[in-house]
Design a protein. Structure first.
Length: 174
């Protein structure tokens, strides 16, 4: 019934399969429709973009104003204002006067103001004058720190979480 040549013909491209058919054979069924190109909705999702490098503020830069990013910041200059970032690194020669709020905070230089972070690290060259609110903290020997330290589960949302808790617990009457 089946021969090896017929099986191998199905694996060959259409033009060569037509050439090998006997002349009296019935015409082959038309090839199936070519695959349609994927639509944008069915296209595979693009791979996530690579994380951009940290923004660096050089040692000769002085900024007065607030900074906010979802990325990383490396500060080597002087900032007068509040800073919000994912990872904030204060360089050895840097000075920040204002509140710092970041997932990760590494202080090598000077900070005058409150520091809020999930992970806060003061290196041996750090000088911090202000309160630190953290989930985890590391203070190396030699770091200078004046202020209070408070541990919170969510130090980045402390103000809004405290206000939301009583409202969430109160019953609502329709």
């Amino acid at each position: 019934m089946f021969s090896k040549s017929k099986i191998s013909e199905t694996n060959k491209p259409a033009p060569s399969a037509e050439a090998n058919k006997p002349s009296g054979a019935a015409p082959a069924t038309p090839p199936s429709k070519p695959a349609t190109p994927p639509t944008p909705a069915s296209a595979p999702s693009t791979p996530p973009k690579a994380k951009p490098p940290a923004s660096a503020l050089s040692s000769d830069l002085t900024i007065t104003g607030n900074l906010q990013t979802t990325g990383d910041i490396q500060i080597e200059g002087k900032i007068k204002g509040d800073i919000r970032a994912h990872l904030l690194t204060v360089g050895e020669g840097a000075t920040v006067e204002g509140e710092i709020m970041a997932d990760d905070v590494v202080v090598n230089g000077r900070v005058i103001g409150r520091v809020r972070g999930l992970k806060v690290r003061l290196t041996s060259s750090a000088r911090v004058e202000g309160d630190i609110i953290h989930k985890t903290i590391a203070i190396e020997s030699g770091a200078h720190f004046e202020g209070s330290v408070q541990r919170q589960e969510d130090p980045l949302n402390a103000g809004s979480a405290a206000a939301a808790k009583p409202a969430a617990g109160t019953p609502t009457n329709s």
